[in-house]
Design a protein around this ligand. Structure first.
Ligand code: BGC
Length: 266
């Protein structure tokens, strides 16, 4: 069976951990070369790069903070310099700094907006510029694909996480607007909105039996998600099989956005 991303090159921001690392592995297993962005420690990206290289693709780690304009631009440029082109951007890097709104500091608000919204814009802009320059390559249907990491909290309000929910709500309109603006260049911009997926970001919840049970109540499908639940759909979204999909977000949430409180109620 041919691999759906054979010969494609990708940059995955925050590609060294959590959902990002699962996406890195999945893209590589589908034949893509992957630049793995890391933020504070190059070790995990290096190890992951060595692991996926054994499968026959090219990989390297690229340090940088997506919220800094020069870093965002440089990580895209390094990808192009190493691989010759960039076909796919997975704009995945994100953080949570939780606090009740009444206690949230301006810094906590700004930091999350900077990484989760402005950072996504900066990397997307840098990638889109390269996509336009390279055009639709031989054997390809688009000039490039941008997949933005959203969340169920782009539509589900989340008390105690005003900064995070505001950023993800912003990501939704950014995706739609960029998709509208860039379609003429044959660039697709799509979102992926995970629900509760077991990673370090929410370990405090799924790692505690009682809290995990309460969380499962919010998921009609009855289980907390795994990183691979997200990685497979992302690799499809990046592929030419999804060439007519743009400006929309795919929810990968076990039904979390289906108002589970209404089950047997109302
Ligand atoms: C958050 C997780 C949370 C999930 C569902 C994600 O966007 O990062 O911490 O478990 O949404 O609430």
């Amino acid at each position: 069976m041919s691999k759906r991303l054979e010969g494609r090159t990708a940059l995955v921001t925050g590609g060294d951990s959590g959902i990002g690392a699962a996406i890195t592995r999945e893209l590589a297993s589908q034949g893509a070369d992957v630049a793995i962005n890391w933020h504070s420690d190059n070790g995990p990206a290096q190890e992951l790069g060595e692991e996926i290289s054994r499968g026959g693709v090219r990989a390297f780690g690229v340090g940088g903070d997506v919220s800094k304009e020069e870093d965002a631009t440089r990580m895209v440029e390094e990808t192009v310099a190493r691989f010759g082109r960039i076909d796919i951007l997975i704009s995945n890097a994100g953080i949570q700094i939780d606090a009740p709104a009444l206690e949230m500091t301006a810094d906590e608000w700004r930091k999350v907006l900077d990484v989760n919204l402005t950072g996504q814009f900066l990397v997307a802009r840098a990638a889109a510029r390269h996509f336009i320059e390279q055009g639709v390559g031989e054997g390809r249907r688009s000039a490039g694909v941008i997949v933005c990491m959203s969340s169920v909290h782009d539509v589900v309000p989340w008390a105690g996480h005003a900064n995070y929910a505001a950023a993800k709500g912003g990501v939704d309109m950014m995706i739609k607007t960029l998709a509208q603006e860039l379609a003429k260049h044959r660039i697709r911009v799509v979102g992926i909105a995970p629900g509760a997926i077991k990673t370090d970001i929410n370990k405090e919840v799924w790692g505690d039996e009682e809290k995990a049970d309460e969380l499962r109540e919010l998921i009609p499908y009855g289980r907390i998600g795994e990183v691979d639940d997200v990685a497979g759909p992302v690799s499809w979204l990046c592929s030419d099989e999804a060439d007519y999909v743009t400006g929309t977000t795919l929810y990968v949430d076990g039904g979390m956005t289906l108002y589970p409180g209404f089950i047997g109620n109302g």
